[in-house]
Write a protein that binds this ligand. Structure first.
Ligand SMILES: NC(=O)c1ccc[n+]([C@@H]2O[C@H](COP(=O)([O-])OP(=O)(O)OC[C@H]3O[C@@H](n4cnc5c(N)ncnc54)[C@H](O)[C@@H]3O)[C@@H](O)[C@H]2O)c1
Ligand SMILES: [Zn+2]
Length: 271
């Protein structure tokens, strides 16, 4: 991976001042300072499982109880978390520049923290922890119940010694629409699944017209989001990356700012 010094912040801010359409593309790193683990690095485990291995349709088919325990845990963590200085800087920037700039936030995060920080123009690429989808009738609903069903009370502890609760399927969350009764799942795009075409179209439209893009706290390995910023850079948009460390795509961008984005974003977006 390229070793790279942080770029000239003053120069970046000059570009930001003149930019008209700005996309802020965020990943799990922007929520790390709110105490929400990322999927890569030390926080990437829940019990003995790699978190990403439970975020899959196969895992849900094989053991819906285990996957619901994992998502119950993630819902509880996200519900207790607060937006941090990075989320707030993004929301303030949109509000402050609304008369002169079009700002769109495209996030891979499912924790809802951008919206809670006040971001208005938001595309949640991978769904939301607080939405459910019926596996039978496909209805999507907002659900902030805690726990989401009685059987998940005091379940989901992350320690590696905890064993699965083997909750019977009938006691997991079920659809209440009419007589449907289908098993509910988190409304999340899991590894191996396709993005909602409407959501993807909106994101691609914003990416294809922006003149400046900030890529924040994403490892840039999860597709299709991973190719958004490199494509924008290739067609001439200015791209600035904010991360703790270089990523596989850092060398393709004009600017790179190293450090926790709760520190770097408030400076970068204060124009
Ligand atoms: N908060 C969430 O909603 C959440 C959490 C974990 C995973 N996910 C999902 O997992 C997938 C993982 O992809 P991803 O690229 O978003 O995350 P990732 O876990 O693959 O990568 C996180 C990136 O953030 C960087 N980072 C960590 N802390 C940072 C900080 N304080 N400031 C700046 N950068 C920091 C890391 O260096 C890394 O490059 C996504 O699809 C996402 O939906 C979401
Ligand atoms: Zn249903």
């Amino acid at each position: 991976m390229t070793l790279r010094q942080s770029s000239d912040m003053k120069k970046f801010k000059e570009c930001l001042k003149t930019a008209k359409e700005i996309v802020i593309l965020s990943g799990a790193g922007i929520s790390a300072e709110s105490g929400i683990p990322t999927f890569r690095g030390a926080g990437g485990y829940w019990r003995k499982y790699q978190a990403a291995s439970l975020a899959s349709p196969e895992a849900f088919r094989n053991n819906p109880s285990l996957v619901w325990e994992f998502y119950h845990y993630r819902r509880e963590v996200a519900a207790k978390a607060e937006p941090n200085a990075g989320h707030k800087a993004v929301a303030n920037f949109e509000a402050k520049t609304s008369s002169s700039k079009k700002v769109t936030v495209i996030t891979q995060n499912v924790d809802g923290l951008h919206a809670r920080a006040g971001t208005k123009s938001l595309i949640e690429l991978h769904g939301n922890l607080f939405k459910t989808r019926c596996t039978k009738c496909k209805e999507v609903l907002v659900n902030t119940d805690t726990p989401i069903c009685e059987a998940l009370t005091n379940r989901g502890a992350p320690d590696s010694t905890v064993v699965g609760s083997d909750i019977p399927i009938k006691s997991l969350p079920h659809c209440k629409k009419g007589t449907c009764g289908g098993l509910l799942r988190p409304h999340i795009v899991w590894f191996g699944e396709s993005l909602d075409p409407d959501v993807l179209n909106k994101a691609e439209a914003a990416m294809s017209t922006c003149d400046l893009c900030l890529v924040v706290g994403t490892s840039s390995v999860v597709y299709p989001a991973a190719m958004f910023a490199p494509q924008a850079a290739q067609r001439g948009a200015i791209v600035a990356e904010f991360n703790l460390e270089p990523t596989p795509t850092t060398s393709e961008f004009h600017y790179y700012f190293e450090g926790p984005c709760g520190k770097t974003l408030p400076v970068a977006l204060n124009i």
